[in-house]
Design a protein around this ligand. Structure first.
Ligand code: NAD
Length: 345
Protein backbone atom coordinates (compact mmCIF):
# COMPACT_ATOMS: atom_id res chain seq x y z
CA UNK A 1 0.00 0.00 0.00
CA UNK A 2 1.78 3.10 -1.20
CA UNK A 3 -0.90 5.75 -0.72
CA UNK A 4 0.34 9.33 -0.73
CA UNK A 5 3.82 8.85 0.53
CA UNK A 6 6.50 11.47 0.10
CA UNK A 7 9.84 10.24 -1.19
CA UNK A 8 13.09 12.19 -0.96
CA UNK A 9 15.17 12.05 -4.13
CA UNK A 10 18.74 13.36 -3.88
CA UNK A 11 20.75 14.50 -6.89
CA UNK A 12 17.64 14.61 -9.06
CA UNK A 13 18.97 17.40 -11.29
CA UNK A 14 21.79 15.21 -12.58
CA UNK A 15 21.72 12.79 -15.49
CA UNK A 16 20.06 9.71 -14.03
CA UNK A 17 17.92 11.47 -11.41
CA UNK A 18 16.40 13.82 -13.97
CA UNK A 19 15.44 10.87 -16.16
CA UNK A 20 14.06 9.06 -13.09
CA UNK A 21 11.87 11.85 -11.65
CA UNK A 22 9.51 12.35 -14.64
CA UNK A 23 9.29 8.56 -15.09
CA UNK A 24 8.43 8.02 -11.40
CA UNK A 25 5.93 10.90 -11.13
CA UNK A 26 4.13 9.60 -14.15
CA UNK A 27 4.10 5.98 -13.06
CA UNK A 28 2.97 6.56 -9.44
CA UNK A 29 0.20 9.16 -9.14
CA UNK A 30 0.14 8.57 -5.36
CA UNK A 31 3.73 9.71 -4.72
CA UNK A 32 5.02 13.15 -3.88
CA UNK A 33 8.67 13.73 -4.67
CA UNK A 34 11.03 16.14 -2.95
CA UNK A 35 14.28 16.61 -4.86
CA UNK A 36 17.29 17.77 -2.83
CA UNK A 37 20.12 18.82 -5.13
CA UNK A 38 23.02 21.19 -4.63
CA UNK A 39 23.13 22.11 -8.33
CA UNK A 40 26.86 21.65 -8.59
CA UNK A 41 28.35 22.06 -12.08
CA UNK A 42 26.77 18.64 -12.81
CA UNK A 43 23.20 19.54 -11.88
CA UNK A 44 21.11 21.31 -14.47
CA UNK A 45 17.60 22.70 -13.73
CA UNK A 46 16.94 22.55 -17.51
CA UNK A 47 16.91 18.76 -17.07
CA UNK A 48 13.76 19.10 -14.96
CA UNK A 49 11.88 21.79 -16.93
CA UNK A 50 9.18 19.27 -17.80
CA UNK A 51 8.23 18.75 -14.11
CA UNK A 52 9.11 22.19 -12.73
CA UNK A 53 5.48 23.08 -11.96
CA UNK A 54 4.23 19.59 -11.31
CA UNK A 55 1.87 19.58 -8.27
CA UNK A 56 3.54 16.54 -6.71
CA UNK A 57 7.10 17.74 -7.21
CA UNK A 58 9.16 20.04 -5.02
CA UNK A 59 12.75 21.17 -5.58
CA UNK A 60 15.09 22.15 -2.74
CA UNK A 61 18.55 23.42 -3.49
CA UNK A 62 20.97 22.21 -0.84
CA UNK A 63 23.77 19.92 0.23
CA UNK A 64 23.28 16.34 1.45
CA UNK A 65 26.18 16.98 3.84
CA UNK A 66 24.09 19.65 5.62
CA UNK A 67 22.59 17.77 8.57
CA UNK A 68 20.31 20.60 9.68
CA UNK A 69 18.84 20.93 6.22
CA UNK A 70 18.25 17.20 5.79
CA UNK A 71 16.70 17.09 9.25
CA UNK A 72 14.46 20.04 8.37
CA UNK A 73 13.28 18.26 5.21
CA UNK A 74 12.33 15.17 7.18
CA UNK A 75 10.35 17.27 9.68
CA UNK A 76 8.69 19.33 7.00
CA UNK A 77 7.72 16.57 4.56
CA UNK A 78 7.32 13.38 6.58
CA UNK A 79 9.57 11.42 4.25
CA UNK A 80 8.76 7.69 3.87
CA UNK A 81 11.37 6.71 1.31
CA UNK A 82 14.75 7.92 0.08
CA UNK A 83 16.28 7.31 -3.35
CA UNK A 84 19.82 8.57 -3.18
CA UNK A 85 21.46 9.58 -6.49
CA UNK A 86 23.49 12.61 -5.34
CA UNK A 87 27.21 12.13 -5.86
CA UNK A 88 30.27 13.45 -7.53
CA UNK A 89 30.29 11.12 -10.50
CA UNK A 90 33.11 11.88 -12.93
CA UNK A 91 36.21 9.68 -12.60
CA UNK A 92 38.50 12.25 -14.28
CA UNK A 93 37.51 14.90 -11.71
CA UNK A 94 38.20 12.44 -8.89
CA UNK A 95 41.78 12.16 -10.11
CA UNK A 96 42.20 15.95 -10.08
CA UNK A 97 40.27 16.63 -6.90
CA UNK A 98 39.51 13.57 -4.74
CA UNK A 99 38.50 15.57 -1.64
CA UNK A 100 35.06 16.58 -2.81
CA UNK A 101 34.36 12.94 -3.71
CA UNK A 102 35.04 11.84 -0.15
CA UNK A 103 33.00 14.75 1.16
CA UNK A 104 29.87 14.25 -0.95
CA UNK A 105 29.93 10.53 -1.62
CA UNK A 106 31.11 9.33 1.79
CA UNK A 107 30.19 12.05 4.30
CA UNK A 108 27.09 13.04 2.37
CA UNK A 109 25.77 9.49 2.22
CA UNK A 110 26.56 9.03 5.92
CA UNK A 111 24.72 12.23 6.87
CA UNK A 112 21.68 11.39 4.81
CA UNK A 113 21.57 7.85 6.15
CA UNK A 114 22.02 8.91 9.75
CA UNK A 115 19.33 11.58 9.68
CA UNK A 116 17.02 9.10 7.95
CA UNK A 117 17.67 6.50 10.63
CA UNK A 118 16.96 8.99 13.40
CA UNK A 119 13.65 9.95 11.88
CA UNK A 120 12.52 6.47 11.00
CA UNK A 121 13.76 4.57 14.03
CA UNK A 122 14.19 6.79 17.04
CA UNK A 123 11.21 9.12 16.95
CA UNK A 124 7.66 8.12 17.87
CA UNK A 125 6.48 6.56 14.72
CA UNK A 126 2.95 6.14 13.53
CA UNK A 127 3.10 5.41 9.86
CA UNK A 128 1.64 1.93 9.44
CA UNK A 129 3.30 1.42 12.86
CA UNK A 130 6.46 0.08 11.33
CA UNK A 131 9.55 1.85 10.07
CA UNK A 132 10.26 -1.25 7.99
CA UNK A 133 7.78 0.16 5.48
CA UNK A 134 10.23 2.96 4.82
CA UNK A 135 12.99 2.22 2.38
CA UNK A 136 16.39 3.78 1.74
CA UNK A 137 17.67 3.04 -1.76
CA UNK A 138 21.33 3.78 -2.42
CA UNK A 139 22.37 4.17 -6.07
CA UNK A 140 25.87 2.90 -6.79
CA UNK A 141 28.13 1.74 -9.57
CA UNK A 142 29.79 -1.42 -10.88
CA UNK A 143 33.11 0.42 -10.62
CA UNK A 144 33.31 -0.64 -6.95
CA UNK A 145 34.32 -4.12 -8.17
CA UNK A 146 37.48 -2.89 -9.87
CA UNK A 147 38.45 -4.20 -13.28
CA UNK A 148 37.94 -7.43 -15.21
CA UNK A 149 40.27 -9.19 -17.63
CA UNK A 150 39.26 -9.81 -21.22
CA UNK A 151 37.81 -13.30 -20.68
CA UNK A 152 34.16 -12.78 -21.67
CA UNK A 153 33.01 -15.37 -19.11
CA UNK A 154 34.29 -13.20 -16.29
CA UNK A 155 31.49 -10.93 -15.04
CA UNK A 156 30.76 -8.91 -11.90
CA UNK A 157 28.19 -10.55 -9.64
CA UNK A 158 26.84 -9.36 -6.30
CA UNK A 159 29.45 -11.64 -4.68
CA UNK A 160 32.46 -10.13 -6.45
CA UNK A 161 34.83 -8.64 -3.82
CA UNK A 162 35.12 -4.87 -3.79
CA UNK A 163 38.39 -3.61 -5.33
CA UNK A 164 37.89 0.04 -6.32
CA UNK A 165 40.75 1.65 -8.25
CA UNK A 166 39.86 5.34 -8.61
CA UNK A 167 39.04 7.88 -5.91
CA UNK A 168 35.53 7.96 -7.41
CA UNK A 169 34.96 4.22 -7.15
CA UNK A 170 36.63 4.10 -3.73
CA UNK A 171 34.27 6.79 -2.44
CA UNK A 172 31.25 4.94 -3.85
CA UNK A 173 32.51 1.64 -2.37
CA UNK A 174 32.86 3.36 1.02
CA UNK A 175 29.33 4.70 0.81
CA UNK A 176 28.01 1.22 -0.04
CA UNK A 177 29.75 -0.13 3.07
CA UNK A 178 28.21 2.51 5.30
CA UNK A 179 24.77 1.67 3.95
CA UNK A 180 25.46 -2.01 4.58
CA UNK A 181 26.45 -1.26 8.17
CA UNK A 182 23.15 0.56 8.82
CA UNK A 183 21.29 -2.58 7.77
CA UNK A 184 23.44 -4.91 9.85
CA UNK A 185 23.75 -2.66 12.91
CA UNK A 186 20.45 -0.79 13.05
CA UNK A 187 18.18 -3.03 11.00
CA UNK A 188 17.43 -0.26 8.55
CA UNK A 189 15.50 -1.19 5.43
CA UNK A 190 18.10 -0.35 2.78
CA UNK A 191 18.79 -1.69 -0.70
CA UNK A 192 21.73 -0.98 -3.00
CA UNK A 193 21.90 -1.13 -6.79
CA UNK A 194 25.23 -1.22 -8.61
CA UNK A 195 24.78 -0.24 -12.22
CA UNK A 196 27.00 -0.24 -15.29
CA UNK A 197 27.64 2.78 -17.56
CA UNK A 198 24.46 4.64 -18.44
CA UNK A 199 23.83 6.55 -21.64
CA UNK A 200 20.91 8.59 -22.91
CA UNK A 201 19.45 12.11 -22.82
CA UNK A 202 20.53 14.72 -20.26
CA UNK A 203 24.04 13.43 -19.59
CA UNK A 204 26.59 16.10 -18.75
CA UNK A 205 28.78 17.30 -21.63
CA UNK A 206 31.93 16.01 -19.89
CA UNK A 207 31.01 12.30 -20.32
CA UNK A 208 32.13 10.08 -23.22
CA UNK A 209 29.09 10.00 -25.50
CA UNK A 210 28.20 13.74 -25.37
CA UNK A 211 31.93 14.52 -25.79
CA UNK A 212 32.07 12.43 -28.96
CA UNK A 213 28.96 14.04 -30.46
CA UNK A 214 29.86 17.62 -29.52
CA UNK A 215 33.42 17.46 -30.84
CA UNK A 216 32.30 15.71 -34.01
CA UNK A 217 29.73 18.40 -34.75
CA UNK A 218 32.30 21.14 -34.15
CA UNK A 219 34.85 19.41 -36.38
CA UNK A 220 37.24 19.14 -33.42
CA UNK A 221 39.42 16.14 -32.56
CA UNK A 222 37.40 13.44 -30.73
CA UNK A 223 39.62 12.38 -27.81
CA UNK A 224 39.77 8.66 -27.00
CA UNK A 225 41.85 7.40 -24.09
CA UNK A 226 44.78 5.01 -24.67
CA UNK A 227 44.16 2.39 -27.36
CA UNK A 228 40.36 2.80 -27.20
CA UNK A 229 39.94 -0.84 -26.21
CA UNK A 230 38.63 -0.31 -22.69
CA UNK A 231 35.32 -2.12 -22.39
CA UNK A 232 32.19 -0.81 -20.68
CA UNK A 233 28.77 -2.42 -20.33
CA UNK A 234 26.32 0.20 -21.64
CA UNK A 235 22.76 0.56 -20.37
CA UNK A 236 20.09 2.97 -21.58
CA UNK A 237 19.26 5.30 -18.70
CA UNK A 238 15.50 4.54 -18.66
CA UNK A 239 16.24 0.84 -18.31
CA UNK A 240 18.30 1.71 -15.25
CA UNK A 241 15.36 3.76 -13.92
CA UNK A 242 13.02 0.79 -14.39
CA UNK A 243 15.48 -1.41 -12.48
CA UNK A 244 15.61 1.11 -9.62
CA UNK A 245 11.80 1.18 -9.53
CA UNK A 246 11.68 -2.64 -9.21
CA UNK A 247 14.34 -2.82 -6.52
CA UNK A 248 12.90 0.12 -4.55
CA UNK A 249 9.51 -1.62 -4.41
CA UNK A 250 10.34 -5.33 -4.44
CA UNK A 251 14.01 -5.79 -3.60
CA UNK A 252 14.87 -7.65 -0.40
CA UNK A 253 16.02 -5.62 2.58
CA UNK A 254 19.80 -5.42 2.86
CA UNK A 255 20.41 -6.85 -0.59
CA UNK A 256 22.47 -5.60 -3.47
CA UNK A 257 21.31 -5.88 -7.08
CA UNK A 258 23.59 -5.43 -10.07
CA UNK A 259 22.00 -3.76 -13.10
CA UNK A 260 23.63 -4.08 -16.52
CA UNK A 261 22.57 -4.36 -20.12
CA UNK A 262 24.67 -7.36 -21.20
CA UNK A 263 25.98 -4.94 -23.75
CA UNK A 264 29.76 -4.74 -23.73
CA UNK A 265 31.41 -2.31 -26.13
CA UNK A 266 34.93 -0.95 -26.46
CA UNK A 267 35.21 2.82 -26.50
CA UNK A 268 36.31 2.49 -30.14
CA UNK A 269 33.12 0.64 -31.01
CA UNK A 270 31.11 3.40 -29.35
CA UNK A 271 32.87 6.20 -31.20
CA UNK A 272 32.71 4.37 -34.55
CA UNK A 273 29.00 3.66 -34.20
CA UNK A 274 28.23 7.28 -33.31
CA UNK A 275 30.36 8.61 -36.18
CA UNK A 276 28.51 6.34 -38.61
CA UNK A 277 25.12 7.59 -37.37
CA UNK A 278 26.31 11.19 -37.70
CA UNK A 279 27.70 10.48 -41.19
CA UNK A 280 24.18 9.44 -42.19
CA UNK A 281 22.23 12.13 -40.36
CA UNK A 282 24.47 15.18 -40.75
CA UNK A 283 27.17 14.42 -43.37
CA UNK A 284 30.27 16.62 -43.19
CA UNK A 285 30.62 19.30 -45.86
CA UNK A 286 34.04 17.96 -46.92
CA UNK A 287 32.51 14.51 -47.50
CA UNK A 288 34.79 12.83 -44.94
CA UNK A 289 33.60 10.53 -42.17
CA UNK A 290 33.53 11.90 -38.64
CA UNK A 291 35.78 8.92 -37.83
CA UNK A 292 38.69 10.94 -39.22
CA UNK A 293 38.41 13.18 -36.15
CA UNK A 294 39.16 10.37 -33.69
CA UNK A 295 42.38 11.15 -31.83
CA UNK A 296 44.02 8.90 -29.27
CA UNK A 297 45.15 10.72 -26.14
CA UNK A 298 47.24 9.68 -23.15
CA UNK A 299 45.40 7.07 -21.11
CA UNK A 300 43.57 7.96 -17.90
CA UNK A 301 45.62 7.13 -14.79
CA UNK A 302 44.47 3.85 -13.20
CA UNK A 303 42.10 3.28 -16.12
CA UNK A 304 40.05 0.11 -15.52
CA UNK A 305 40.21 -2.18 -18.56
CA UNK A 306 36.83 -3.82 -18.52
CA UNK A 307 33.52 -3.71 -16.64
CA UNK A 308 30.72 -6.19 -17.31
CA UNK A 309 27.75 -7.13 -15.21
CA UNK A 310 26.02 -10.42 -14.64
CA UNK A 311 22.43 -9.24 -14.14
CA UNK A 312 20.99 -12.69 -13.39
CA UNK A 313 19.81 -11.75 -9.88
CA UNK A 314 17.62 -8.79 -10.84
CA UNK A 315 16.46 -10.59 -13.99
CA UNK A 316 15.38 -13.75 -12.19
CA UNK A 317 14.20 -12.36 -8.81
CA UNK A 318 12.50 -9.21 -10.05
CA UNK A 319 11.89 -9.99 -13.74
CA UNK A 320 13.87 -6.96 -14.88
CA UNK A 321 15.09 -6.76 -18.41
CA UNK A 322 16.35 -3.94 -20.60
CA UNK A 323 13.73 -2.71 -23.09
CA UNK A 324 16.21 -0.85 -25.25
CA UNK A 325 18.91 -2.58 -27.28
CA UNK A 326 22.09 -0.64 -28.01
CA UNK A 327 21.08 0.19 -31.58
CA UNK A 328 17.73 1.74 -30.68
CA UNK A 329 19.13 3.42 -27.58
CA UNK A 330 22.11 5.02 -29.26
CA UNK A 331 20.02 6.40 -32.13
CA UNK A 332 17.54 7.99 -29.66
CA UNK A 333 20.50 9.41 -27.76
CA UNK A 334 22.22 10.90 -30.83
CA UNK A 335 18.90 12.43 -31.92
CA UNK A 336 18.48 14.03 -28.48
CA UNK A 337 21.96 15.64 -28.59
CA UNK A 338 21.47 16.81 -32.17
CA UNK A 339 18.48 18.78 -30.86
CA UNK A 340 20.34 19.97 -27.78
CA UNK A 341 23.22 21.28 -29.88
CA UNK A 342 20.78 23.01 -32.24
CA UNK A 343 21.56 20.87 -35.29
CA UNK A 344 18.00 19.60 -35.71
CA UNK A 345 14.67 20.98 -34.45
P1 NAD B 1 25.50 13.45 -12.20
O1 NAD B 1 26.87 13.90 -11.90
O2 NAD B 1 24.92 13.69 -13.55
O3 NAD B 1 24.48 14.09 -11.15
C1 NAD B 1 24.78 14.20 -9.79
C2 NAD B 1 23.78 15.16 -9.16
O4 NAD B 1 24.07 15.25 -7.75
C3 NAD B 1 23.89 16.59 -9.71
O5 NAD B 1 22.60 17.10 -9.99
C4 NAD B 1 24.55 17.37 -8.57
O6 NAD B 1 24.15 18.74 -8.52
C5 NAD B 1 24.08 16.60 -7.35
N1 NAD B 1 25.00 16.74 -6.20
C6 NAD B 1 26.36 16.61 -6.22
N2 NAD B 1 26.85 16.83 -4.99
C7 NAD B 1 25.78 17.08 -4.17
C8 NAD B 1 25.64 17.37 -2.78
N3 NAD B 1 26.71 17.44 -1.99
N4 NAD B 1 24.40 17.56 -2.29
C9 NAD B 1 23.30 17.49 -3.09
N5 NAD B 1 23.37 17.23 -4.42
C10 NAD B 1 24.59 17.03 -4.95
O7 NAD B 1 25.47 11.88 -11.86
P2 NAD B 1 24.62 10.70 -12.51
O8 NAD B 1 25.36 10.19 -13.67
O9 NAD B 1 23.22 11.11 -12.66
O10 NAD B 1 24.75 9.60 -11.37
C11 NAD B 1 23.79 9.51 -10.31
C12 NAD B 1 24.19 8.39 -9.37
O11 NAD B 1 24.27 7.17 -10.09
C13 NAD B 1 25.55 8.60 -8.71
O12 NAD B 1 25.45 8.16 -7.38
C14 NAD B 1 26.48 7.71 -9.51
O13 NAD B 1 27.54 7.26 -8.70
C15 NAD B 1 25.55 6.58 -9.89
N6 NAD B 1 25.88 5.86 -11.13
C16 NAD B 1 26.05 6.55 -12.31
C17 NAD B 1 26.31 5.85 -13.48
C18 NAD B 1 26.46 6.54 -14.81
O14 NAD B 1 26.79 5.88 -15.82
N7 NAD B 1 26.18 7.82 -14.92
C19 NAD B 1 26.43 4.44 -13.44
C20 NAD B 1 26.25 3.79 -12.22
C21 NAD B 1 25.98 4.51 -11.09
Amino acid sequence: DNDNQTILITGGAGFIGSNFIPYFLDKYPEYNLVNLDLLTYAGNPENLKEVENHPRYKFIRGNICNRELVDFIFNEYDIRGVIHFAAESHVDNSIKNPGVFVETNVNGTYTLLDVTKNHWMEKPFTYKDDYQNCRFHHISTDEVYGTLGEDPNELFTEETPYAPNSPYSASKASSDMIVRSYVETFGMNCVITNCSNNYGPKQHDEKLIPTIIRNALQGNPIPIYGDGKNIRDWLYVLDHCKGIDLVYHNGKKGETYNIGGRNERTNLEIVNRICKILDEKVPRKNGESYKKLVTFVEDRAGHDRRYAIDATKIESELSWKADENFESGIIKTVDWYLKKYGVTK
